[in-house]
Ligand binder design. Sequence first.
Ligand code: SAM
Length: 217
Amino acid sequence: MEGRSRIPESAQNGPHEQLAALIERRGGQGYRKPVAPYSADAFTRFAAKCPPGAPLIVDSCCGTGESTLNLAAAFPDHFVLGVDQSADRLSRAPLPPANALLLRADMADIWRLLHEGGYRPARQYMLYPNPWPKIGQLARRWPAHPVFPLVLALGGTIECRSNWRIYVEEFALAARLISGLRSPVDMFAPAVPITPFERKYLASGHTLYRCVLECGA
Ligand SMILES: C[S@@+](CC[C@H](N)C(=O)[O-])C[C@H]1O[C@@H](n2cnc3c(N)ncnc32)[C@H](O)[C@@H]1O
């Protein structure tokens, strides 16, 4: 995390030209890959602490959990679930407060389990997801992933941040194509960074972008 970081380089100069076709081809079909046992175990631990009706915030791909702890402090009346697949990153997390839980799991599984379990988060965060900026990597980006319609169906206020504007544009475009939601992509400058990547990008002088969707209850 030391030193200057680079803005993702890509041959794209706007949203991927195949994104709309990919979403249309899927026609809202669900993501059928079996849930990984380690994700299911992690979800069971979460469900034991937080019932479906409780006010919930989901911090997807939370890395070292710094944002999860910041969100737990900012929203003390919510339970904040931070999920990352990297045991190494999570091993650097401090002990979470009573209203937060950090889990090692695959987000693609957790979103599905949350939806099946009747959870409807008040807020969801997608903070600096891996950009996968090469043209051929489109399907690895969350807005192009077959689980993305379920992220939208979970609802709440959904915020995506990145230092790669095109990622956030694809997030906004996918939301419009799938759910008819329209929301702008804005530049923003947080007074205090809430994640390690946010801090690193600000220190490197990058412009940050975000899109906030209001998906309702
Ligand atoms: C660029 S880092 C950002 C971490 C953190 N949000 C931040 O801003 O500091 C992207 C994170 O996504 C996690 N990740 C990637 N794919 C994932 C998946 N399918 N499920 C859970 N975490 C994932 C990676 O392990 C990594 O920690």
